[in-house]
Design a protein. Structure first.
Length: 409
């Protein structure tokens, strides 16, 4: 009998902790950035894949198709139109790099700009994937508090002044201005102008992550920071994960060629998945604009179900600001609740939540907060999942004390 080869002594130090094996989805899954499977435009995607592969499939024999290393040209051309129409961005297909999800975009931007002990400015409550990447690179994060209109400009101004006093130039201001993750706020145009002014005054670029920008309930978003900048100091990234499907792994970067060329030089995968890009371009050019209102209508209904369920099950023990779009609700529970401690017993009861401290650089502030994704569970799962969560929370922390105005037993 042979024994398994031991690779452990060969592993270099400093690797991240091993991944946990996937054991299936929890019954009530409020985690992650998953989409609503009912809203996936499956028939349209199937027809698009069929048409584009029949027409151009033989280009798959070449790395980068017939489009070169920046990604399938018709997809970049669709993005030029879409970004102009929706976000006011004027760019050319040559200023776009298609990536394997916007996670790769984060890696590439960080890869060309950051080194250990650098400083960046980010929103205090922020996307875990961004926080983790910065932590792993040994980068110092300055968290700026948010209010219902996104990043607070008084706090940003103070932080930039403080850094200046200390002789530190931040590498960038990272922001998710259009449906912030996790708070769901939208930075108004006036604040965008202020942010650009501060960024220019301090010589700090802006890193704009517009991951959720397609999912605004009233479809009226302010222009992108990239569109408003007069000095090309904004790197803009986006994704098809939230508008079409996360498993496709297609995102993009819009940046001046001087920066894009540095990123392309470290994008070492010889191109992102081609069939996904071809299918998206074929589907999106004629159908994207009509798909979005259908998707957001469905998401908005699920948000209503979640807010109703929280009001019924938690009453005043669950506080939240209604998000202006997206797929998340950022919920504040009473101070006595530690959501990191709530996580395990909730999971044991079949309910998965994202504990606040994993989505924030201010751990005391986020201790009693949690992020709930309402896109992928069904309406029924949302209701039952929140009822179960309230039971677990009551058992572990003594709150909520009432359900539908009746004292819990
Ligand atoms: C703010 C933000 N940026 C980037 C990403 C990465 O998304 P993807 O790689 O699927 O495009 C996410 C995913 O949830 C996100 O929330």
């Amino acid at each position: 009998m042979s024994t398994a080869f031991d690779f452990t002594p060969l592993l270099p130090t400093g690797l991240p902790a091993p991944a946990i094996k996937w054991t299936g989805s929890p019954k009530y899954n409020f985690t992650g950035g998953n989409n609503d499977s009912d809203e996936l435009p499956l028939d349209g995607l199937v027809a698009a894949a069929d048409a584009v592969l029949k027409r151009e499939g033989r280009t798959l024999a070449t790395y980068g198709l017939a489009s070169g290393p920046q990604g399938y040209r018709p997809l970049r051309e669709f993005l030029v139109q879409k970004l102009k129409r929706d976000a006011g961005i004027a760019c050319t297909a040559d200023e776009i790099l298609v990536t394997s999800g916007s996670l790769q975009a984060l890696n590439l931007v960080n890869g060309v700009l950051l080194t250990r002990d650098d400083t960046v400015i980010i929103e205090q409550d922020c996307y875990q994937g961004s926080i983790n990447r910065l932590t792993r690179r040994g980068v110092n994060m300055i968290g700026i508090p948010l209010d219902r209109d996104g990043m607070r400009m008084d706090a940003l101004s103070a932080a930039l002044d403080d850094l200046k006093r200390r002789g530190i130039r931040a590498k960038y201001i990272y922001t998710i201005p259009t449906v912030q993750n996790p708070t769901g706020s939208i930075l108004p145009e006036t604040r965008r102008a202020e942010m650009l002014k501060l960024a220019e005054a301090h010589g700090v670029p802006i890193f704009e992550d517009d991951c959720y920008a397609d999912l605004v309930w009233n479809h009226q978003r302010p222009p992108a920071l990239h569109a408003m900048s007069k000095s090309a100091n904004v790197i803009h990234i986006g994704s098809f994960s939230k508008s079409i499907a996360p498993a496709l792994r297609v995102g993009y970067i819009v940046a001046p060629w001087a920066m894009l060329s540095r990123m392309l030089a470290i994008k070492s995968d010889a191109g992102s998945g081609a069939v996904e890009q071809m299918m998206l371009a074929e589907y999106c050019a004629p159908h994207f604009a009509e798909h979005i209102p259908e998707l957001t209508r469905g998401l908005r209904k699920k948000l209503n179900t979640l807010m109703e369920a929280l009001n019924e099950q938690f009453g005043t023990a669950a506080e939240f600001e209604e998000p202006k779009g997206g797929i998340f609700l950022w919920v504040k529970l009473p101070d006595s609740v530690d959501t990191l401690q709530l996580y395990q017993p909730a999971l044991a009861a079949g309910v998965a939540i994202n504990p606040g401290p994993e989505w924030s650089v201010n751990k005391p502030h986020s201790r009693s907060r949690m992020r709930l994704c309402f896109a992928s569970p069904t309406h029924d799962e949302i209701r039952k999942g929140i009822a179960t969560l309230a039971e677990v929370c009551h058992r572990e922390f003594g709150v909520p004390t009432r359900i539908s105005n009746v004292k819990r037993g």
